[in-house]
Design a protein around this ligand. Sequence first.
Ligand code: ZN
Length: 224
Amino acid sequence: MATDASRTLDNTSLANHTDSIRQLQATGHDFHQRGWSLATSSNYSCVVSRDPLRLLITASGKDKGRLEKDDFVLVDADGQPVGTTPHRSSAETLLHVVIARRRPEVGAVLHTHSVWGTFLSARARPGGTVLLEGFEMLKGLEHVQSHDHREHVPVFDNSQDIPYLAGQVDRWLASDDADRAHGFLIRRHGLYTWGRTIAEARRHVEAFEFLFECHGRLQMMPPA
Ligand SMILES: [Zn+2]
């Protein structure tokens, strides 16, 4: 039986999270090839412990197409590193942490910088949302049963002040508006989405990216 000491040790060493690391490496490889995580952008995390909260997250500045097994950092509920690591965690670690704190069912958070997400977020009004509706692909989002679903994706203004941005996201996540949401955009920056597992969060990225491109291309077409 594991002792308290050994359980604590489990979440301070990357060596104890090889399966999660392999899944996030594969995610980075795929997302880089699809153009959603270029030029070292993006960051990915998964929850490895709920009590105390511990996240495994990509280290800052790494090529997401070629993540090495030690290009990750374990962080606590405040986004501070746990255990010894030669790397800093992503600059946007706090955004992952507030999502994991507000949503106890969340097991993974994925953040991408795609062309279509960036394009649509740039066009949204201040305080606005991107409204995705009427597409069959909406059923790729968890609990959505029909193309009739309306997915409001809020757009937060970009900021290099991550604690400020995380505070805004935290307040939104605590509001009724976020009850059925699957993600949000940061203006001219990218998408954050999540899932109970890494696989579910990946499905949400794929669904959102498909929907963003369809929505964006339709807006560019002249009226029929
Ligand atoms: Zn980013």
